[in-house]
Design a protein around this ligand. Structure first.
Ligand SMILES: Cc1cc2nc3c(=O)[nH]c(=O)nc-3n(C[C@H](O)[C@H](O)[C@H](O)COP(=O)(O)O)c2cc1C
Length: 166
């Protein structure tokens, strides 16, 4: 039985020195924009970063951001400025888009890791200073590339965390 994308996904932090084609990057973005969002507001923006210097700088925004230093490409997701200002569900919307990118990456034979940015002001400010986005609030960074490592699936299913109401 082949495992689903959800079961196969795990965080990949080491990458081969091999480019990710623009065609594949577009597929990742198509899946991101296919994510569910509250009121279908799609409050997202994406910046594709291939520039080595910028990736290296981003790799220093936090202790856990180092995978960006070696990744051939990263996607910065941003919360868009909404005209009616209803922002309450934006983090959930952006989380769904981020997860879709990670799952599509597995489907494309790539690996990736979510680098946490929002809601930590210090990290958000650092990302803004490095990337200088024209608009939007930095939400997550996803380091992506061809995996250098292959990990076995570690099953985490725990029935104790589930309650059924009949
Ligand atoms: C909101 C969020 C922020 C994360 N930030 C980082 C990070 O900064 N650096 C990192 O290496 N991994 C980061 N991760 C990945 C987690 O460490 C990883 O998902 C967790 O250890 C489970 O491992 P798995 O993804 O391989 O299943 C983040 C994950 C989430 C959901």
């Amino acid at each position: 039985m082949s495992e689903s994308l959800c079961m196969k996904r795990n965080s990949v932090r080491k990458f081969q020195r091999k480019e990710v084609s623009d065609t594949v990057v577009e597929k990742l973005l198509r899946s991101a924009m296919q994510a569910p969002s509250a009121r279908n507001q799609q409050p997202w923006r994406f910046i594709v970063i291939k520039n080595r210097e910028i990736l290296t700088e981003l790799g220093g925004i936090s202790q856990g951001a180092w995978p960006l230093k070696e990744a051939p490409v990263a996607i910065l997701t941003l919360i868009d400025v909404l005209e009616d200002g209803r922002k309450e569900m934006c983090p959930q919307d952006l989380s769904a888009a981020t997860q879709n990118i990670l799952l599509e990456a597995v489907h494309q034979g790539l690996g990736g890791v979510w680098i946490g940015v929002y809601p930590l002001e210090e990290r958000m400010e650092k990302v803004e200073n490095i990337v200088r986005p024209a608009e939007g609030t930095p939400f997550s960074l996803i380091a992506l590339g061809h995996p250098e490592e292959k990990k076995d699936i570690v099953h985490r299913y725990d029935p104790a965390k589930v309650q059924v109401i009949e």
